[in-house]
Design a protein around this ligand. Structure first.
Ligand code: MLT
Length: 413
C-alpha cells in the first residue's frame, strides 16, 4: 500500500506527527534514516529547546547548575529528580568514595591490553568486564542491586579511565585517595605519581567539575539511546553503559573534541589563514569540514559551548598557559559567525569546540578527551537506564524496518 507518509516528522516544513499513534492507527511504518527524528521516547530528565539554545536538567537551567553545583549533586538530581539535601549528598559521596577500589585481578586485565590501545576501547572493555565481578548482584529488577551498581559505576569509571591514561603513557597506577573529592581524586589518579606528593590545583578542579556537569546529560543522543536500547533487553548497568561508551567513541559523537583539536593543529601547521580555511569549508574543497560547529538539535548557540568558552579563557589565564590553538579557535568562531554561509545554515559552535583546548591545558593527552566525556555523561546514562527500567510500559526496543530489498526470488538451480 502507498500512503502519504510524513517521512521525517518535525523537520523543517513537515508538521510534527505523533508516530506512536500514527503507526498504531494505520499500521504504516515511517521511514526514518538512522532514526533521525523518531520522537518515540518520553523522558522527564532533560529539556532542550534547540531554537532558543536552552538546556535544563530536571527543570534547572544548565547555567545555574554549572555555576553553583558539584558533579555529584547534579548526578543525584538526574537520577532522583530533586537536588539532594546536604546530608543526602554527604552520605552518598561517602558511599561512592568507599567503592572506588577496583578488584586487584582487574589490573591484570589492563596488562593484557597493548599500551597503544585507545583509552576509550580500554574503558568500554573494562566496564563490560566489571559485570563479571558482580555476578549475582546485577539483577536489573532488584532495586538494591541497581542502587549499589549505580554507586559502583560512579566510583569506578573515573578510576578505570585514569588507569587507561596511565597505561597509555607507561606509568604506574595509583590507588584512589578517598580523602579527596570526586574530581580531585580523579585528577590525582591521572597526574599524581608515587615519587612526589600531589598538589591540588583549585582552578583545574573547578574547571573540570564544570565541564563534567555540562556533559552530564543531553537527552536522546546516540550513546544515551544506545544505553536505553541495550538496557531494554534486561542487560545490567555495566553491559548497558559499556555499550554507551562504544557509541560515544565515534568522531561524530564524543570523539568530536579530539577532531576539533586535530583540525586546529592542522590549520596552525599548514600556515594557511583561517579565512582561507573557512573558504575551503564553504566550497567543500577536499572534503574539509568545520569540526565542532553545528548541532542536530541546536539552531542557536549551544548553551554549553558558551560556558565552555568562558572556562577556556579563565583556565588558560589562571594556569598561565598561552595556547595558539585557543587564539585560532576564537578567530575561526568570529569569522564563521559573521559569515552569511554559516548564519543562513544556523551553524554555531557546539560543546566540543572549546573543550579540547581546556583538557589540553590541563595536561590530558588528546586520546583522553572522549573518556572525559564518558565520565561526564555517566550520570545521564544511569538516569536514563533507570527511567526506562522502572517504567512499567517499557518493552524491549525494536526499531521498525521498511524493507526495500528484492521481492521473492526463485533459487537458481
Ligand atoms: C551530546 O552531548 O550528546 C552531543 O551534543 C550529541 C547529541 O546531543 O546528539
Amino acid at each position: 500500500k502507498t500512503a502519504e507518509l510524513p517521512l521525517v516528522s518535525g523537520s523543517e516544513g513537515v508538521p510534527s506527527v505523533d508516530f506512536s499513534t500514527f503507526t498504531k492507527q494505520t499500521g504504516h511504518t515511517a521511514l526514518d534514516y538512522g532514526f533521525v527524528n523518531t520522537a518515540s521516547t518520553k523522558s522527564a530528565i532533560t529539556y532542550i529547546d534547540g531554537d532558543q539554545g536552552i538546556l535544563r536538567y530536571r527543570g534547572y537551567p544548565i547555567e545555574q547548575l554549572a555555576k553553583h553545583s558539584s558533579y555529584l549533586e547534579v548526578a543525584w538530581l538526574l537520577l532522583y529528580g530533586e537536588l539532594p539535601t546536604a546530608d543526602q549528598l554527604g552520605e552518598w559521596d561517602e558511599k561512592i568514595r568507599r567503592h572506588t577500589l577496583l578488584h586487584e585481578d582487574l589490573k591484570h586485565f589492563f596488562s593484557a591490553l597493548p599500551h597503544t590501545a585507545h583509552p576509550m576501547s580500554v574503558l568500554s572493555a573494562a566496564t563490560a568486564a566489571l559485570s563479571t565481578y558482580y555476578e549475582g548482584q546485577s539483577d536489573p529488577g532488584n532495586p538494591e542491586h541497581v542502587e549499589l551498581n549505580t554507586i559502583r559505576m560512579l566510583a569506578k569509571l573515573p578510576v578505570i579511565a585514569a588507569y587507561a591514561h596511565k597505561k597509555s603513557i607507561g606509568q604506574a597506577f595509583l590507588y584512589p585517595d578517598n580523602s579527596l573529592s570526586f574530581v580531585d581524586n580523579f585528577l590525582k589518579l591521572n597526574f599524581g605519581n608515587h615519587a612526589e606528593p600531589y598538589e591540588i590545583n583549585p582552578v583545574m578542579s573547578r574547571a573540570l567539575e564544570r565541564l563534567l556537569i555540562l556533559h552530564e546529560d543531553h537527552e536522546q543522543n546516540a550513546s544515551t539511546s544506545t544505553v536505553r536500547l541495550v538496557g531494554s533487553t534486561g542487560a545490567n548497568q555495566f553491559s548497558s553503559i559499556s555499550a554507551g561508551i562504544n557509541a560515544l567513541y565515534g568522531p561524530l559523537h564524543g570523539g568530536a573534541n579530539e577532531a576539533v583539536l586535530d583540525m586546529l593543529a592542522r590549520i596552525r601547521d599548514s600556515g594557511e589563514s583561517v579565512q582561507r580555511f573557512v573558504e575551503r569549508v564553504k566550497n567543500k574543497e577536499d572534503g574539509v569540514k568545520l569540526m565542532g560547529f553545528g548541532h542536530r538539535v541546536y539552531k542557536n548557540y549551544d548553551p554549553r559551548a558558551k560556558l565552555v568558552k568562558e572556562s577556556a579563557d579563565e583556565v588558560l589565564r589562571e594556569l598561565g598557559v598561552e595556547d595558539p590553538l585557543l587564539a585560532l579557535a576564537n578567530e575561526l568562531e568570529e569569522i564563521a559567525l559573521n559569515d552569511d554561509y554559516f548564519k543562513e545554515r544556523r551553524l554555531y559552535p557546539n560543546v566540543d569546540f572549546y573543550t579540547g583546548v581546556i583538557y589540553k591545558a590541563m595536561g590530558f593527552p588528546t586520546r583522553m578527551f572522549t573518556p572525559l566525556f564518558a565520565i561526564g555523561r555517566l550520570p545521564g546514562w544511569l538516569a536514563h537506564w533507570r527511567e526506562m527500567q522502572y517504567d512499567p510500559q517499557t518493552k524491549i526496543g525494536r526499531p521498525q524496518q521498511l524493507y526495500v530489498g528484492a521481492g521473492e526470488r526463485d533459487y537458481p538451480t
